[in-house]
Design a protein around this ligand. Structure first.
Ligand code: ATP
Ligand code: MG
Length: 649
């Protein structure tokens, strides 16, 4: 592809990043500003310009799904052979390839259930732990391994890190040691060990290091704010003494510091590489001004390191619907209403795969699964992780390969459906979580057949098998057409037309075990990540009690303060009464009367009004008035507009 064509559709700052073909590059920018877009174009540009061969690029990102999306974008830009992977998948690949040479003997397998191994280790140490205790212990082990802390060092290290152990430190250290021993004895590796072994292999075997470094010469790391010391170690091992690395991130989206990640590598990048090109992006291309306002407002009270890098977003897209703030009596009522709103969006033309329900804990998923099933809406729960390793998929892929020759003249989609039917692909999803998950996986394969047939009319089973092989090789899982139900942690980097952030109460958001100020800050960033996933429709909701008739003891999340209408009783209940609430045009904060008279923006908003903003302000006033069926003067008084006008040069 023509190198210049690859650069089409980038803004000046993105262009600067994409044109910096060599050497260290750092893109530091807020959500939705096109960081991922800039780096995919940069890679394609470097390939098209002949600076690097496709196979020599290693692009690392955070989730399998994000890696899949990156590969999709690269394919469209004429660079289909670029490796876009997670740290884990890149490490596993290298480790298994070099295992015979570096270590020999059977390669250990990946731990199936970490929590189970942790439970057994705890038991062996005589520790009686409930589910929460086990989760905390597993978390401590993960943090220790990700930050390279050994069992005997644990006590000293947490004191140094200012971290509070969830149980006696001595118990954690003992259980951690027992866990490591168990894994060794059973020839099992967890994700952290995979990374560590790969880095050690490169460090200790110069020949292997040469081969790995010869293969990969051009590195790009997305979501760099969430890199942990272990991942950094591996990246450094890959790099050796070279510096062709481009890192991208947003300090305000650090959401894995509980597990050892630190934005310090991102914010300290230019100090580590003084000759690096540093690019900042501020234009938000993803979300409507209404969503951007909530996003900026969500960070208004942020503290800590990330707050020093406040990256105020500037909305680029045309106006969209106002975000919805809705309070419910109980969780089932919230789920039912959200499901109804989703059904209405789908009826109005939004594809189901463009809608997501995001929650803080996986336990919240069940109510939404039920409500969506009741509303007849297709949904998908699991992320795309290790799709091709699921037993039902292995079996299905096998059956579909071996059927390759025998396939008759039926259209591809029908043939695939016929083959998958006996394996469990019924016309309607079955009841029960396990059966449903199995069904969903098979439906994703059927969906893939539809995609192949749509892209290549007349496609045969051979074409399908070829696509399947390519995807198995790159771990590029197909997606099942349905509403996404996902935890906030797994949603980073992704975007949907409509996002429903649910369960926004104290105890869930921030989560109850976020006790220290830093932990609450991380929860706030998680909230920001959630808000910024929405392109157009954003719904924020919460329920005052868990079950119908229960005590309404829950309080709306503190992160909603200043965003939602002032009085909780107004929220989503009586739109006409909301009309009297005037919000800052920039961040959505509720305005005091004085502020309203003065400038119609709250004291905290830094942006200056300009002509365009004033026009938008007027349009907003008109639309809001229309929507709420009240005269426009209830929204803004003429005096307000007069005051604003006086401030516009
Ligand atoms: P996040 O922090 O959430 O990972 P990001 O900064 O990586 O966000 P992208 O996912 O790259 O943002 O881009 C967000 C959306 O904006 C995408 O749909 C992308 O295609 C679009 N976009 C980015 N840059 C531009 C541009 N210059 N012109 C038009 N659309 C753009
Ligand atoms: Mg991104």
């Amino acid at each position: 592809m023509d190198p210049d064509r690859v650069l089409e559709g980038l803004d000046p700052e993105q262009l600067e990043a994409a044109r910096a073909l060599r050497g260290p590059v750092c893109i530091l920018a807020g959500a939705g500003t096109g960081k991922t877009r800039a780096i995919t174009h940069r890679i394609a540009h470097a390939v098209a310009a002949g600076v690097v061969a496709e196979q020599q690029v290693l692009a690392v990102t955070f989730t399998t799904r994000a890696a899949g999306e990156m590969r999709g974008r690269l394919r469209a830009l004429g660079a289909p052979r670029v490796q876009a992977r997670t740290f884990h998948s890149a490490a596993v690949r290298q480790l298994s390839y070099f295992w015979p040479q570096a270590i020999g003997g059977p390669m250990p397998s990946l731990i199936e259930s970490k929590i189970q191994e942790v439970a057994r280790a705890a038991h062996a140490c005589g520790l009686q732990l409930d589910r929460t205790g086990l989760r905390d212990l597993a978390g401590e082990i993960e943090w220790s391994k990700s930050t390279q802390v050994r069992p005997f060092d644990y006590e000293k290290s947490i004191a140094k890190a200012g971290r509070t152990a969830p149980m006696p430190v001595h118990d954690v250290a003992r259980a951690y040691e027992a866990y490591e021993e168990r894994c060794r004895d059973r020839n099992l590796l967890d994700f952290e060990s995979m990374l560590e072994l790969t880095a050690a292999m490169i460090a200790e075997h110069p020949q292997i290091a040469d081969r790995v470094r010869d293969q990969y010469r051009y590195f790009v790391v997305d979501e760099f704010q969430d890199v942990n010391p272990l991942q950094k170690l591996l990246l450094d091992a890959w790099l050796g003494d070279r510096d062709d690395v481009c890192v991208v991130g947003d300090p305000n989206q650090t959401i894995y510091s509980f597990a050892g990640a630190t934005p310090g590598y991102l914010t300290g990048f230019s100090a580590a590489y003084p000759h690096s090109t540093v690019v900042r992006l501020v234009r938000d291309y993803r979300s409507t001004p209404q969503v951007v306002r909530v996003a900026n407002g969500a960070l208004k009270h942020a503290r800590g390191a990330a707050a020093e890098h406040r990256l105020e977003l500037l909305a680029q897209r045309p106006d969209g619907p106002d975000p919805l703030y809705t309070e419910y009596d109980d969780e089932p009522a919230e789920a039912t209403s959200v499901a109804r709103k989703i059904a209405a969006l789908i009826d109005a033309g939004t594809p189901a795969r463009e809608i997501a329900v995001l929650f803080r804990t996986n336990a919240q998923s069940a109510a939404y699964e039920q409500a969506l099933a009741d509303a007849g809406v297709a949904y998908t729960v699991r992320g795309a992780t290790r799709f091709f390793e699921r037993p039902e998929i292995r079996q299905a892929v096998h059956t579909l390969r071996g059927a390759r020759q025998g396939a008759g003249s039926d259209p591809l989609v029908q043939t695939v459906r016929d083959i998958l039917a006996p394996l469990g692909l019924t016309p309607e999803p079955p009841e029960g979580r396990q059966a449903r998950e199995r069904w969903e996986s098979l439906a994703a394969l059927a969906q893939l057949a539809e995609d192949v047939a749509a892209a290549r009319p007349g496609a045969t089973m051979d074409d399908f098998a070829e696509e399947l092989d390519a995807r198995v090789a790159t771990e590029h899982a197909p997606e099942y057409e349905g509403v996404t139900l996902a935890s906030l942690h797994s949603a980073k980097g992704l975007e949907w037309d409509a996002v429903f952030l649910v369960g926004l109460t104290e105890g869930l958001m921030p989560i109850v075990f976020a006790e220290s100020a830093e932990q609450v800050e991380e929860e706030r960033r998680l909230f920001y990540v959630g808000v910024t996933r929405a392109r157009e429709h954003l719904s924020l909701s919460w329920a005052l009690s868990r079950s119908p008739g229960g005590r309404k003891g829950r309080k709306p999340s503190r992160f909603l303060d200043g965003l939602r209408p002032a009085s909780p009783s107004l929220a989503g209940r009586d739109n006409r009464r909301q009309a009297k609430v005037v919000r800052c045009r920039i961040c959505g904060n509720t305005l005091t009367e004085a502020a309203e008279r003065k400038l119609a923006r709250c004291g905290g908003c830094p942006a200056d009004y300009d002509e365009e903003l004033l026009e938008r302000l007027k349009a907003w006033r008109r639309e809001t008035a229309e929507e709420q069926k009240v005269p426009a003067y209830v929204i803004f008084t003429d005096a307000t507009l007069q005051a604003i006008a006086e401030h516009v040069p």
